[in-house]
Structure formats: structure tokens, C-alpha cells
Design a binder for this molecule. Structure first.
Ligand code: FES
Length: 129
């Protein structure tokens, strides 16, 4: 398991685990109410794992596509029609595909594990510690 990032960030009491299909992984501290997409994006310079999220969370682009680990899919809120429509336009969609901008962090999702879809991932140069 990757070392958690940001364990000294005030108010961060939850974590998510993020992976890429080419084997990168990171554990990220998370605040309630933030979108999973925002958590991945905000930690990208530390984790090296970014996400395109081109529309900024407006459910208009599908470039925040993630695969949710099977043990978590039933714990997620149901998809709204808008999210389903965007996923219809995405590549490599699987039964566990979701748009991470539509997933709000909450206690129920503490420990959530997602893999960023190949078309959504951005590999970011990590900042020196
Ligand atoms: S960021 Fe564009 S749909 Fe999620």
C-alpha cells in the first residue's frame, strides 16, 4: 500500500486509494464534501497521478472516468441520467465505471478505491519533498 499523502492536512480524516492501469498507486487524504475528482486532482503533484477533468466537474466531459473497486460499487449513490449520458460517450466503459466528479466524499466512502481510466489519467511530475 502506498504511503498516505497529506496526513498533516488539517481536517483530513478520511482517505481514498487511487490507482492507474499501469500500476501506479497512492493513498490520499480526503475532506468530506469534496468530489473524488478534486481529491485526485489536488494531490496530483504529490502523488504523480493526475486526472484530466476537463470540464471542472460539470458532468460535461467524462474525462474524470474511474473504475470503482468491486467492494465499493454498492456503497455509491445511484447514477443520475446526466452521468449515464456522459459515460455513454466515454471509452473503455465497464460495469464499475463512474465519473469521479459525481462522487462526493463522505464517511461512507472512507477507504474508497478507484482506478483512473486510461483516457482520463494524467501522469504528473512529482514535486520534490
Ligand atoms: S470533470 Fe467533466 S464530467 Fe467529470
Amino acid at each position: 500500500m502506498a504511503t498516505p499523502l497529506g496526513s498533516n492536512r488539517e481536517g483530513c480524516v478520511m482517505q481514498i486509494h487511487v490507482n492507474t492501469t499501469d500500476g501506479r498507486s497512492a493513498t490520499l487524504d480526503a475532506l468530506p464534501g469534496f468530489r473524488v475528482m478534486e481529491i485526485i486532482r489536488d494531490w496530483s503533484s504529490e502523488s504523480g497521478i493526475g486526472i484530466k477533468a476537463e470540464c471542472g466537474g460539470a458532468c460535461a466531459c467524462a474525462t474524470c472516468h474511474v473504475y470503482v473497486a468491486p467492494e465499493w460499487t454498492a456503497k455509491l449513490p445511484d447514477m443520475l441520467e446526466e452521468e449515464e449520458d456522459r459515460l455513454d460517450e466515454a471509452f473503455d466503459v465497464e460495469a464499475n465505471s463512474r465519473l469521479s466528479c459525481q462522487l462526493l466524499m463522505s464517511e461512507e466512502l472512507d477507504g474508497l478505491t478507484v482506478t483512473v481510466a486510461p483516457d482520463a489519467v494524467l501522469i504528473v511530475e512529482r514535486e520534490a519533498a
